[in-house]
Design a protein around this ligand. Structure first.
Ligand code: ADE
Ligand code: ZN
Length: 329
């Protein structure tokens, strides 16, 4: 079996996926029409053309605009179910999914509307496709900590449905330390902390995510490579990084996939996983991210197997479930 055939068929987990970033233009148009919400594009082709980004903020502006059409529980169900259908096609058997409540509550959509739609899709995906999932409630870092506290409060009736809290949106100028108190409060409520760090921001933000937010996993983390002491620590602590190759090239954090550091990160002993981030915007779901790296970086079968194994090992699945999947690789 070739490496490409292997990665298409093998059971995989995805640990870094924004559900709002899986919003395909076709579904966006369908929901916009259903909800009678105007969108600034004439057709699906025009939307796809607009997906050219110079940096993270360029992308975020378009990503938040796209989410504006999501109003009802059924919209969140359809969005989430569309992602799970991709999972079923690619043999993604477990997904740890981020959602951004503030993107919706800021527009007057209730927290309950968002989570009930997502939850119903999770249940159907488990029942109909055998796909397990966990939810990461992500705070938007361009907003205030007080705002994040409000979101934490709104989440409490649904605590049993949410496993982790995360931190995303505009990184530069919004260091992890801005959210120290709300992360402490979130951990007290039983949520596991993770955070985007070192995507566009400096290595210093990764130190803060570790020392101040006490995260159990780093989302992206690429910029650790500028700081050898930090790399040493991440390796020593077996701290997983959820790396997103096609996101990095789409947002110009890496100039060419041929220069992507994922192989180097593996060589250094970092606990790397491969993920899609916002697949509808970056033109590639999980398998495509693996294939791009296999082709451009000439990854070996051993390296690819390690990446897949890491996707289960550094998930937040129960240990026995992890082991069961790993035994099948
Ligand atoms: N790649 C990314 N970085 C930060 N925030 C995000 N929200 C959705 N995708 C993101
Ligand atoms: Zn992300």
């Amino acid at each position: 079996m070739t490496i490409s055939e292997y990665i298409k068929k093998v059971p995989k987990a995805e640990l870094h996926l924004h559900i709002e970033g899986s919003f395909e233009p076709e579904l966006m148009f369908e929901i916009a029409q259903r909800n009678k919400v105007a969108i600034p594009y004439e057709n699906v082709e025009a939307v796809k053309k607009a997906y050219q980004f110079g940096n993270l903020q360029d992308f975020l502006d378009i990503y938040y605009a796209g989410a504006n059409v999501l109003l009802h529980e059924q919209d969140f169900y359809d969005l989430t179910m569309a992602y799970f259908k991709h999972c079923a096609e690619e043999n993604i058997v477990h997904a740890e999914i981020m959602f951004d409540p503030q993107t919706h509550t800021k527009r007057g959509v209730e927290f309950s509307t968002v989570i009930n739609g997502i939850q119903r899709a999770r249940e159907d995906a488990e029942k109909n496709h055998g796909i397990s999932s966990l939810l990461i409630m992500s705070y938007l870092r361009h907003l205030t900590e007080e705002d994040a506290f409000e979101t934490l409060q709104q989440s409490l009736p649904y605590k049993h449905l949410i496993k982790m809290v995360g931190l995303d949106s505009s990184e530069k100028g919004n260091p992890p330390s801005k959210f120290q108190k709300v992360f402490e409060a979130s951990v007290k409520e039983g949520y596991i902390p993770v955070a985007h760090a070192g995507e566009e921001g400096p290595a210093e933000y990764i130190w803060e995510a570790l020392d101040v937010l006490k995260v159990a996993r780093i989302d992206h983390g690429n910029n650790c490579l500028t700081d050898s002491k930090l790399v040493e620590r991440l390796v020593a602590e077996k701290m997983a990084l959820t790396v997103c190759p096609l996101s990095n090239t789409a947002l110009r954090n890496v100039d060419d996939i041929k220069n992507h550091p994922v192989k180097k990160m593996l060589d250094l002993g970092l606990k790397v996983t491969v993920n899609s981030d916002d697949p509808a915007y970056f033109r590639g779901y999980l398998t495509q991210n693996y294939l791009a790296c296999i082709e451009a970086l000439d990854l070996s079968m051993e390296e690819v197997k390690l990446l897949v194994r890491n996707s289960f090992e550094y998930s937040f699945l129960p240990e026995n479930v992890k082991e069961n999947w790993i035994s099948k690789l």
